[in-house]
Design a protein. Sequence first.
Length: 337
Amino acid sequence: MTRARTTTQAAGSNAPGPASPRWLVTERADFWIISAGAGALLAVAALVLLGLGDRELSAADLILGELHLGATYDAIARRRLWRRMPLGVLVVPLAILVGTYVLLLNEGALLVTTTIVYFGAWHRGRQNFGIARYYHRQAGGPVSPLHRWLLATSFYLPMLAAVVYYASTAHDHEGDAFHGLSLAPDLLWWLVSVAVASVMVYLVWTVGRGVHPGERWLVVANALGFGSAYVVGAWTASFVLTLAIHHELQYLVFTYAVARRAEAPTGPDAAPEIRRLARFAVWPVLGLASWVICKAFALEALEPFLTAGLLGHYWLDGRIWTARARRLGPELAPIAT
């Protein structure tokens, strides 16, 4: 196993530029867009954008969120997952749509907002973890069972600590009430300490063990993102919105890189790249157009539809990149979660 893993690493290291299987785009682009560089910029950007107000950030989040949803539909369409996973990609989203309408039309907004808070945080953490697993696979898989365990804890514990802190200290979520928590401050700081320790242990343990740098970068980015957004975000929504914006950009780059690799691009010619980008953009643009149309009509009856789309994409993103989905639609799925 060790020899095979080393061979995989060597092969990935020698592959040139953007076509290298070790990176989604290039090493520099992955650093600044996908992982740790973006995580550091996230904390700085939240401070800078704080002066702009939440309205601008909220608008950017809404637009990018609709593009994100369209990118999810693109992956489903390319892999024909509506035929291969009808329950997961058709029936359940339809049930979410019906359930959202029932709740929002019957004074259930509190439960819907609460679901968005916790399910949304889980969704963002799982996306980081899933992309880290992509890099994990490119390096030949886990060094040992301990490596797999340390990787999981370094993602889930910071996510858990940050969200519990947010739910225990925030009065509302972007102006809407939700079911929060009421944990004692000592317990909250204990959770934060354990989360920080899990990241430090992972980073120290993986030094010199041939772990993909992208995996390590994402561990740092995840901790920075959740720490800055959900801890400081308990006082101002700007931090949570900035995390959400990075989350949408990260997903768009990831899904485009996966779609691009499935088409086996060759050569530096710009024309094929523009055609690939245009094909990829169809579903994201349709997603954004649906939001514009709903807003243009300004009908209250369409508001639950948009909320259901948000909740539905949380569900879909958790289903279409799993190992099972990769087996059913293998032509566009180099990731397992």
